[in-house]
Design a protein around this ligand. Structure first.
Ligand SMILES: [Zn+2]
Length: 266
């Protein structure tokens, strides 16, 4: 098919040039607005406000790098220094959130560190958490998000719970539950949780190796023994569950159920 163009006037050409120029300017401004928005929203902590009294904290699965900041180098000589990533814990938390939403129509709170542990460890005291002051605001934001979540759940809420989700690879048990020897959560609740998870086929330890007890800063900062705290426990998920798709999916389902059972919201 041949398209025969009609006579083109100088006015039409000028209008076309003008509309092309206007479109280019519009596109340029639009990209600028998007870029500005993106920069303003750039965050190293993911926060989801929930409607369930369940808060899931994931401090060790960040993989974002930060320009011109040197990696941590254990300048304080901490015995519990680590830059290891708790791989798949971020995915597990997001899948638990989806699972809980499917079951109840409500979401848990999520506080997930996205910055690599090479630069910041949210589960350490401020003196060991970061070495470059430019990372201070990421650490502060993580703690601020946890504080806000606990305020929303309600201080002293008897059905509220904070889960600090971790992964470990050295010890044999499937799951370790850490409560600072009953300080951050009632022993009876810890025992109910253990029994529930054991009934689903997991080997669960409450033996609380000293390594986890001493480094459990998040549950120590926000647990029920604190004036503004709630029941809080740390859970360490063995590598064999995290890296195996079938076992991981089963854990997501079982642990979501455990959390609802635990908070008596089902
Ligand atoms: Zn960890």
């Amino acid at each position: 098919m041949t398209i025969i163009a009609g006579p083109v006037s100088v006015g039409m050409i000028l209008r076309r040039i003008f509309s092309f120029a206007a479109f280019s300017i519009f596109l340029f401004l639009f990209i600028q607005v998007l870029a500005t928005k993106e920069t303003k929203n750039l965050s190293y902590v993911f926060y989801q406000e929930g409607t369930l009294p369940i808060i899931i904290s994931v401090p060790h699965d960040g993989d974002l790098q930060i320009d011109n900041v040197a990696e941590r180098n254990n300048t304080t000589g901490s015995v519990y220094f680590s830059k290891a990533q708790d791989t798949y814990t971020k995915q597990i938390a997001l899948e638990i959130s989806e699972n809980l939403e499917k079951r109840t129509g409500k979401k848990p709170f999520l506080v997930i560190d996205l910055l690599s542990r090479k630069y910041m460890d949210a589960n350490r005291n401020v003196s060991d958490a970061y070495e470059d002051s430019r990372v201070k605001k990421v650490y502060a934001q993580y703690n601020q998000n946890l504080t806000s979540a606990i305020e929303k759940v309600g201080k002293g809420n008897q059905t509220g719970v904070l889960v600090d989700l971790h992964g470990q690879s050295q010890l044999p048990e499937d799951l370790y539950i850490i409560t600072l020897n009953g300080k951050s959560m009632e022993k009876s609740k810890e025992e109910s949780l253990r029994q529930f998870l054991q009934s689903k086929g997991y080997v669960v330890s409450l033996s609380n190796p000293e390594k986890f007890e001493i480094s459990g800063i998040i549950i120590d900062r926000f647990g029920k023994h604190r004036e503004n705290g709630i029941d809080a426990f740390e859970i360490e998920v063995q590598k064999s569950i995290r890296y195996d798709k079938t076992r991981r999916e089963k854990f997501v389902k079982d642990f979501s159920e455990a959390l609802l059972f635990f908070t008596k919201t089902q």
